[in-house]
Design a binder for this molecule. Structure first.
Ligand code: NDP
Length: 255
């Protein structure tokens, strides 16, 4: 099996789904040459598990990246560029996200705006700043069509952001989280349409309900299962599934 991509960047990779994405990519039989494992504080206590993982795999490069801080995003672009030299970045996985259980009655403006900043504005800002490197990858590989091995942006979304499904609102209102992920979904659709002719794929992935700090112990899926599914879905993406909203098993979801 060939590598999913020559270079991959994951946001929010110090724990949860992001950490497992880096772990499975690094352990794959044909690992990417560069795995840019990014997080807010790679040197601090929350980066410990990621540092330990990186120590075992030379392909993993730790990069500081706070997705709501433009200076940090630009610093990450420079760090990634210095590793890639004259190559582009093939695959950007916008995984970082925050949850909120606020209801109509309990929500407050600042919380709503901060959840939007991370879940909707963060992914578009990160994609915007990395676009020159994605564009370079799309042009440089001598590949046709769309794929994660050529150039792609994957936005980690959630079924709870689907307006079509509008799942369990009474049990889990989560207004800021749902609305911000619905906005992120629109960003995915727009970027897929705009970047298609540039050779850059863009797809939204729902990871399932996963046992992480966010998903809690009640979730049915382990991170290992979810990420195994996500990576196999990513390997099969093409023109047909750019602009799609898929779950970790490859099933199509309504927007
Ligand atoms: P976790 O809460 O376990 O981890 C969230 C990650 O995002 C952490 O690494 C956190 O970093 C990072 N993060 C948050 N804000 C920022 C920021 N501003 N800049 C950089 N990193 C940031 O969540 P999961 O692993 O469960 O979730 C990953 C993604 O999957 C999210 O987008 C989530 O919405 C989505 N998802 C998860 C589901 C689940 O059941 N778990 C279900 C559906 C979707 P730090 O440690 O610094 O806080």
């Amino acid at each position: 099996m060939s590598a999913l991509a020559r270079s991959v960047l994951v946001t929010g990779s110090n724990r949860g789904i992001g950490l497992e994405l880096v772990r499975q990519l690094a352990a794959s039989p044909q690992p990417p040459q560069h795995i840019f494992a990014t997080c807010r504080d790679p040197e601090g206590p929350r980066g410990k598990a990621l540092r330990e993982l990186a120590a075992q795999h030379p392909s993993i490069k730790l990069v500081q990246l706070d997705t709501v801080n433009l200076a940090s995003i630009r610093g990450a672009v420079r760090a990634v560029e210095s590793h890639l030299k004259d190559q582009g970045l093939n695959l950007l996985i916008n995984n970082a996200g925050v949850s909120s259980h606020a209801t109509l009655r309990s929500l407050d403006l600042q919380e709503m705006l901060s959840i939007f900043a991370t879940n909707a504005v963060g992914p578009i800002q990160v994609a915007k700043e990395f676009l020159p490197l994605l564009d370079k990858a799309a042009k440089g590989m001598g590949k046709e069509g769309l794929s994660c091995s050529r150039a792609a942006v994957i936005n980690v979304s959630t079924k709870l952001g689907s307006i079509g499904l509008c799942l369990g609102v009474l049990e889990a209102p989560m207004y800021p989280y749902r609305a911000s992920k619905a906005a992120q979904n629109m960003v995915t659709r727009c970027m897929a349409a705009e970047l298609r002719d540039q050779g850059i794929l863009c797809t939204a992935i729902h990871p399932g309900w996963v046992k992480t700090d966010m998903g809690t112990e009640k979730a049915p899926l382990t991170v290992e299962q979810s990420v195994r599914g996500i990576l196999s879905v990513l390997a099969g993406l093409s023109q047909e599934t750019s602009g799609a909203f898929l779950d970790w098993e490859g099933n199509s979801l309504p927007w």
